[in-house]
Ligand binder design. Structure first.
Ligand code: SAH
Ligand code: SF4
Ligand code: F3S
Length: 475
């Protein structure tokens, strides 16, 4: 699968390493502008998780730095970067089908350069598929060398070469330009990669070994965001609780969070994701004592069956999960806890699934993200016997959603009549007569009073449903 999956040496990289390539692309874009009377345009299309969204902001940042303009319309673009996800088969299929649709854009605009980035292209079989069957794709770029975009682009532009290289190195690149999608909500990657090798998951193979940024670099970035007026800052990592692991000074995620909490301002800090095996009471204590740390916790359970958890290689059981969950609820009674659940893992019996339902009733999550198990090439679970038939998976999935909808409604009902702090996201995307925002617990709130995006509001909750709160702005 990924020839470099086991590589552990981390190479510090910096935007400065790319200086000659940046100059070369800049020369190309200014020639283009002279010839065409406009700057070349770049479109970035993102699939997958927040990590990919954060990476896309860097891809676009680098393109703008090199003289491109951003465009929302791929049909208008001279450079299309597709940032792909490989977590489930569906994600890969969607990306491939959209890349396929870009073929006709290349026919209309022969100068169009299409690059495929992200987790999917860290897999050898996908790289050769793109190279062979998608001749209009010019290059692939793995997440571990994201900062090399200028180099790849320069080589494609200068020599018309197609580049389908695998991951070359594990880097922590600092100093990349970031074109943030929002002016008040921001993502900050604090670490990259994953070492956990959950038996179903492709991420450790496609994102490489865990590596953390230096605390000073993270603190500086968060400080700058707060000074720039950002109100909601989410720290990102596949398993933020192993931040700093291996450091000689023992500095860990709780230490980082405590330092970040000291930055003055009216912002909130979120983080994701936490692995239950590494979530510590120290972290919970830092949250409970914090001023800026949102009382919200995403703690993926995956399954409520100890046997399935063991075969998922998760390294915790139900009892350990509940211990940390109960501790959180004790220290922060207003905390919202969300989770991820996989349905239909190989060998999942009806009794195993019932255990998951029982855990949902016990844990009382505010929300869950549920997924039907999708076999990933190269992962141990894909080779396990007793793959569950699709109809069984679907039926269990529906039962899971129905139960969670009941629980979520019960969790939200007591919020009726309370006043919530809400960060306004402006007009609702679905209904232009209604405004919406989110509480620090990440609950979505709808209200009628117009209010500007990125401002804090006090909203009295008039009605609480399973997936949303409805209220009135009181100031
Ligand atoms: N690092 C995070 C999230 C990783 S991906 C964590 O450990 O929780 C987000 C979610 O996708 C996972 O929590 C899991 O529920 C789901 N997922 C991962 N691989 C999957 C697969 N092969 N099939 C179905 N769901 C999967
Ligand atoms: Fe995947 Fe497990 Fe790592 Fe999360 S912790 S990214 S589920 S291997
Ligand atoms: Fe997908 Fe990669 Fe994220 S596989 S979920 S984009 S880490």
């Amino acid at each position: 699968m990924n020839e470099n999956a086991m590589k552990t040496e981390v190479i510090p990289a910096s935007a400065a390493d790319m200086a000659p390539f940046i100059e070369s692309v800049k020369a190309w874009t200014s020639d283009f502008a002279l010839r065409e009377g406009r700057a070349p345009r770049c479109h970035v299309l993102t699939f997958g998780c927040q990590q990919n969204e954060a990476d896309s902001e860097k891809l676009l940042g680098m393109a703008l730095q090199m003289g491109y303009e951003g465009t929302d319309d791929p049909a208008n673009a001279d450079l299309i970067l597709v940032n792909t996800c490989a977590i489930r088969e569906h994600a890969e299929k969607r990306a491939l089908s959209i890349i396929g649709q870009f073929k006709h854009l290349k026919e209309q605009n022969p100068h169009l350069i299409i690059g495929v980035c992200g987790c999917m292209v860290a897999q050898e079989h996908r790289r050769s598929q793109l190279q062979k069957s998608y001749p209009y794709v010019s290059f692939v770029l793995c997440t571990s060398v994201l900062y090399r975009l200028p180099q790849y682009l320069a080589e494609v532009q200068a020599r018309g070469k197609r580049l389908f290289k695998g991951e070359e190195e594990l880097t922590v690149a600092e100093g990349l330009p970031i074109q943030r999608a929002s002016g008040y909500r921001a993502y900050v990657s604090i670490m990259y990669g994953c070492n956990n090798f959950c038996s179903y998951c492709i991420v450790p193979y496609v994102r490489g070994r865990e590596r953390s940024r230096e605390p000073a670099d993270v603190i500086r970035e968060v400080q700058e965001l707060v000074e720039a007026g950002y109100k909601d800052i989410t720290l990102l990592g596949q398993n933020v609780n192993s931040y700093g692991k291996g450091r000689a000074d023992g500095y860990d995620f709780a230490d980082l969070l405590r330092e970040l909490d000291r930055i003055p301002g009216d912002h909130m800090l979120h983080f994701m994701t936490s692995h239950p095996k590494d979530a510590t009471k120290k972290l919970v204590d830092v949250m409970a004592a914090g001023k800026h740390i949102a009382h919200s916790f995403h703690l993926p359970l995956q399954s409520g069956s100890d046997e399935i958890l063991r075969r998922m290689n998760r390294h915790y059981d139900r009892a350990q999960y509940l211990e940390i969950l109960d501790y959180m609820r004790e220290k922060m009674p207003d905390i919202a806890v969300t989770s991820d659940i996989i349905v239909g893992f190989p060998g999942e019996s009806e009794a195993d699934f019932e255990d998951t339902l029982a855990m949902l009733r016990r844990a009382r999550f505010d929300m869950i993200f549920s997924f039907i198990y999708s076999p990933r090439k190269g992962t141990p679970a894909a080779e396990m016997p007793q793959q569950i038939p699709r109809e069984v998976q679907n039926a269990r999935f529906d039962r899971l959603l129905a139960l969670q909808a009941e629980i979520a409604a019960e969790q939200n009902t007591p919020l009726t009549g309370t006043v919530q702090r809400v960060l306004c996201d402006g007009v609702s995307k679905k209904n232009s007569d209604i405004y919406n925002g989110r509480t620090p617990q990440n609950k979505i709130v709808f209200f009628e009073e117009p209010a500007p995006e990125g401002t804090w509001l006090s909203v009295r909750v008039d009605r609480a449903e399973a997936f949303a709160l409805y209220g009135t702005v009181i100031k």
